[in-house]
Structure formats: C-alpha cells, structure tokens
Design a protein around this ligand. Structure first.
Ligand SMILES: [Zn+2]
Ligand SMILES: [Zn+2]
Length: 384
C-alpha cells in the first residue's frame, strides 16, 4: 500500500516546483519533461510531443480491453504573480494563476498510486495537455491522432474552484461550462474635422449605437430559457483630438451552451451590425470565431464520478446541483469524442479568484484529487 502521507508530501513538492517554473501554452517543455520523467519512474509507458508539448502515459493491469482517460492541463498564464511564497514564480510575467500546477501534480500522484496499488483491470491513459487557456491544446492532441494512437472509452477531468471549501466536489449532468465565441466588428466611414461632422461619415456614434443594439441579442432575440452572454470588451477608434474617427473596431465575446444558440447569436449579430451601419451610412464587417465548445457531462458517468468521489470524500461534500458556468474549458473537446465527466473541486473559501495575481493552488486539495482519480478508475475498470 502507498504511504498517503508520503505521497502528499511528494505531490506538494512537485506542485511547488511546477509553480516556480510556469510555462505558457505550447511552451511547456520543462513541465512536459518533468511529467514524462515522473511517469517513467512509476513504470508507465510514455509518449511525448503529442500535439506539441502534450504527454500521454499508459498503465495497464489485468487483461481487460477497456481504457479510461484521466486528464490534467499544464499551462500557465501571462500574469505577474503578487504572492510571496518561497515557491513563487521565477519567470517574470508568467504564473500558474489557474492552478494547472495543482492539476498536473495530483494526476502524477494518481499515476503513482495506481501504479503501486493497481486495483483495476484494463488501461488507464494519463493525458497531460498543453495550452488549455487558449482552448487549443486538446484539439492539437486530437489532431495528432490521440484517439487512434491512444484510444480510450471515457474520460474524466477536474478543475479547482475558489470559494468552494477544500474537500468539496461539485458537478452536474448535461451542460457544465459554456462555449466561447469571439467577435470583431469593424466599422468603416470617413473621418474628418471634429468641427465639420457633416463633411464625412464618422463612425463613433454608429459604434455606440451598435453596442447598445447588440444588447438586444440576448434580451430580445434568444429564448429566455437559453443561457447566453454577449459582452463587448473593447471599442477602439482612430479618432484623436479635433478629428472624428473613420474606423472603429468593436471586440467582444459571447457565451452559450448549445451550438444552435451560438449560431443564432452570430446570425443576429450580423443583421444588427449591417443594419446599424446602414442607418449611419458606414459599412460593417463582422468576424465571428468559435474558440471553445460547450462542456457537456454524460448523465450516467456523472453518477459514477459522484459515487467514486463519495468513497474518498464526505458524502454530503459531493454535490450534483451546481449551476452551469458561463466560463469555458478545453476539456470539452475530448467529450466530443467519448463520454465523460468534469468536476469542480474546492480550492478553499479564502482562495483568490482564478486568473488573479494573488491566486495559489491549495495543496490540501492534492490528496483528495489524486485519490478521486484512482477511485474513478477502480470503479470504471473493475476487477472481475
Ligand atoms: Zn484558466
Ligand atoms: Zn484553468
């Protein structure tokens, strides 16, 4: 049997090492080497360079031909750390502000636990993905033949959650996290002297009208039963003192939980942009891209994940009624290929928010996280 106190100490040391050496998406070379080295030392088969800097480990016991994947993300963010822990980021302007250092360390811990103790029949695939924050790493691994080279039947993942106490899990069946679409609308007119607006077609007043009109997509164009957000985040013009702008760029993002809703947001946005531009005698060009797909949990596997979590955590600390979140998560890409379940685990009620310069992963979550991963494997790849 694995000494859980020793495992906890080891995971804490790994997590702090990773925290001190954060790497941005697709640049996780040190992290990937660290992961591959540890997995090999536990006796796993390891493939590196899957989808750029991704790492895949395999652990087989018994004769079963089913495979279950566990996934962690490895990338950090371009944020300057404010925390003063002795393991704080040694890379200026980059930090683990989303806790992926913790996700990586706890999945390594699960690999060690399962390699030492077994207790399952089949193959476990350990996926360490790059570039989660960009929503690009999962696709890169899938495009690199992940499902053909390392096939699996189902997949599990988790993310730490500030505000939720450590040792508490939350998840739900169906939509869990939203799609993220990005948009850019460029208004083109004719700028000119601020004192002679009648001589051109300046774009700023049109842009302000357009911002207001875009708010009617959610309030007047979508069903109240559909959850959606349309947020304009930037308005940039080429105007200056005494000069009216002839060019305005409006950027933003939209969240939704169903592809039909995402399509309708784009359709309405184009109608409103073109119609508003026409009313102001300027032209509009709309670019609409899909960055993240919605994360949809399989109802049956949610029950399995909850049952597994309850073998490790206090039963009433595992909740199934979490509201869907209008944040996005690259794990959703894997769920387009196989069913699975994504859960949130508490990072503590006093945790700084994700993507905040004061954020730090709570090491008290490492052991529950590693044990949950092992529990779901033993439940889904049972012996006999
Ligand atoms: Zn993040
Ligand atoms: Zn994250």
């Amino acid at each position: 049997m694995t000494d859980l106190t020793a495992l906890n100490d080891e995971m804490t040391a790994w997590r702090r090492d990773l925290h001190a050496h954060p790497e941005f998406g697709f640049e996780e070379t040190r992290t990937a080497a660290f992961v591959a080295d540890k997995l090999r030392s536990f006796g796993l088969e390891v493939a590196e360079g899957v989808g750029g800097t991704g790492v895949v480990g395999a652990l087989t016991r018994g004769t079963g031909n089913r495979a279950v994947a566990l996934r962690a993300d490895m990338d950090a963010l371009r944020i300057t750390e404010r925390g003063q822990a002795d393991y704080r980021s040694q890379v200026p302007g980059t930090m683990h502000a989303c806790g992926h250092d913790g996700h990586t360390a706890m999945l390594l811990g699960a690999a060690k636990l399962l390699a030492e103790e077994g207790g399952f029949d089949g193959t476990v695939r350990f996926l360490f993905q790059p570039a989660e924050e960009w929503g690009k790493g999962a696709l890169a691994m899938l495009d690199d033949g992940l499902m053909q080279r390392f096939p699996f039947d189902e997949i599990y993942g988790l993310h730490n959650m500030p505000g939720l106490p450590v040792g508490h899990f939350e998840t739900r069946a169906g939509p869990v996290m939203s799609a993220e679409d990005n948009f850019e609308i460029v208004l083109t007119g004719l700028g000119g002297h601020a004192a002679r607006p009648q001589s051109g077609n300046e774009v700023l007043v049109a842009a302000c009208a357009l911002l207001t009109n875009l708010q009617t997509i959610v309030s007047r164009r979508l069903s109240p039963a559909d959850i959606a957000v349309v947020s304009v985040t930037e308005l940039i013009t080429d105007g200056t003192r005494n000069a009216l702008p002839g060019l305005a760029r409006i950027l933003g993002d939209a969240r939704s939980f169903r592809p039909e809703v995402s399509a309708e947001i784009e359709r309405q946005m184009r109608i409103i942009a073109d119609g508003t531009a026409m009313a102001y005698n300027v032209t509009a060009e709309t670019r609409y891209t899909r960055e993240f797909v919605p994360l949809i949990n399989d109802a049956t596997l949610v029950e399995e994940a909850v049952a597994a979590a309850r073998t490790v955590l206090q039963a009433d600390h595992v909740k199934v009624a979490a509201e869907p979140m209008t944040a996005s998560e690259d794990f959703a890409r894997f769920l387009e290929h196989v069913p699975g379940c994504f859960v949130f685990m508490g990072n503590g009620e006093n945790s700084a928010p994700l993507h905040n310069p004061d954020f730090d992963f709570n090491d008290a979550g490492l052991l529950p996280g590693a044990r949950y991963h092992a529990a779901i494997i033993r439940r889904r790849l049972p012996i006999g």
